[in-house]
Design a binder for this molecule. Structure first.
Ligand SMILES: Cc1cc2nc3c(=O)[nH]c(=O)nc-3n(C[C@H](O)[C@H](O)[C@H](O)COP(=O)(O)OP(=O)(O)OC[C@H]3O[C@@H](n4cnc5c(N)ncnc54)[C@H](O)[C@@H]3O)c2cc1C
Length: 170
C-alpha cells in the first residue's frame, strides 16, 4: 500500500529481472528454444533466427536482449502464497485463511504458492471452487478416474537442466 488512505491506488512493483535466478532461467529458456529448433526434424522448415539473432550467444548478449525485449504475459500471481503455518513466506493456510487474522480468507490468484506454467484463469477458478467448498463444509470432489498427464520426473514441470542434448551455435 502506498498510504493509509484506502482510496489511494496501490503501489505495484513487480521486481522483474531483479533476482539472479531470473536471468539464469531466461538464458536456459533461450538456449533450450534454440536446441529444440536445431533438431533434424525441423531442418526443412528452419530459417535464420530472427530474434535475438544468432549473433547473441554469450550470457551478456542474451541478458541484454532479455532486458530490452522481455514482456509480462499478464499472469501476476502469488503475492500472498498459501502454505503451512511454519512457512515464513506463507500468508494463508491451504484453506485460504489469513494467518493471524480471524474470519478473513483470500480466494484468488494471489494465493498460488508458485507461478503456474500455463494460463491463470482456469487454475484461479479451480482454487476458488475448492475454497468455496471448504467454506461451505462440502467434501472435495473425488479424484477423477483414468490417467492424468504427468510432468517430467523430478523436475516439477520445469524445463530440464543441464547442457543441450544436441549442440547449437553459440
Ligand atoms: C490482458 C489480460 C489478458 C489475460 N488473458 C488470459 C488468458 O487468455 N487466459 C488465462 O487463463 N488468463 C488470462 N489472464 C489472467 C487472468 O485473467 C487473471 O490471472 C485472473 O483473472 C485472476 O483472477 P483473480 O480472481 O485473482 O483476479 P481478478 O480477475 O482481477 O478479480 C478481482 C476482482 O476483484 C474486484 N475488486 C477489486 N477491488 C475491489 C473492491 N475493493 N471491492 C470489491 N471488488 C473489488 C475486481 O473488480 C475484480 O472483479 C489475462 C490477464 C490480463 C490482464
Amino acid at each position: 500500500m502506498a498510504s493509509a488512505d484506502p482510496a489511494a491506488p496501490p503501489r505495484i512493483l513487480f521486481n522483474y529481472l531483479t533476482h539472479p535466478d531470473d536471468m539464469v532461467e531466461w538464458r536456459r529458456a533461450l538456449r533450450l528454444t534454440r536446441e529444440v529448433l536445431a533438431q533434424p526434424a525441423l531442418d526443412a522448415y528452419r530459417g535464420e533466427e530472427v530474434s535475438p539473432g544468432a549473433q547473441a550467444a554469450t550470457d551478456a548478449e542474451l541478458d541484454a536482449f532479455v532486458r530490452a525485449q522481455a514482456e509480462s504475459a499478464y499472469h501476476p500471481c502469488g503475492t500472498c502464497a498459501m502454505g503451512s503455518p511454519d512457512d515464513p513466506l506463507a500468508v494463508v493456510s491451504p484453506a485460504g485463511e489469513v494467518f493471524g487474522v480471524e474470519a478473513l480468507r483470500v480466494a484468488d490468484a494471489s494465493i498460488m504458492p508458485r507461478i503456474t506454467n500455463g494460463n491463470l484463469n482456469a487454475p484461479t477458478i479451480m482454487l476458488a471452487e475448492k475454497l468455496a467448498d471448504a467454506v461451505r463444509g462440502r467434501a472435495p470432489l473425488p479424484r477423477p478416474e483414468g490417467p492424468l498427464a504427468e510432468v517430467g520426473a523430478g523436475e516439477g514441470g520445469r524445463q530440464r537442466l543441464g547442457p543441450p542434448a544436441r549442440a547449437v551455435a553459440g
